[in-house]
Design a protein. Structure first.
Length: 108
């Protein structure tokens, strides 16, 4: 979820809760009901924001672990490539040395 979707959901929830709270407040005759409804709306928004924060943290941790795994894979691949290059260079040197000895009739 990107931030636009998250903000849209929060606004929709807040509007829904506010509408529900005002409908209940019109039926009650005391100001205390309005205060309780507003408090409930605030708690609902806070709980929703907390849930979104936890989900965002979970996504960030997952992305971080994926990047770590990719980095380890790249590191191991580079190590294997380095070893292969080193072995190839050694094999090339051995072939060159053998060819030079063969040319000068000093075969191994």
């Amino acid at each position: 979820m990107n931030s636009k979707k998250i903000c849209g959901i929060l606004v929709a929830l807040a509007a829904l809760a506010a509408f529900d709270g005002t409908a209940g407040a019109q039926q009650s005759s005391s100001g205390q009901g309005v205060k309780q409804d507003a408090k409930a709306v605030g708690h609902g928004i806070g709980n929703g924001a907390r849930d979104i924060g936890h989900a965002t943290k979970h996504v960030a941790v997952s992305v971080g672990h994926g990047a770590k795994e990719a980095g380890v894979g790249i590191g191991h691949g580079a190590k294997k490539a380095g070893i292969a290059v080193g072995h190839g260079a050694r094999d090339g040197w051995n072939a060159t040395r053998h060819a030079v000895k063969h040319v000068f009739h000093k075969d191994d």
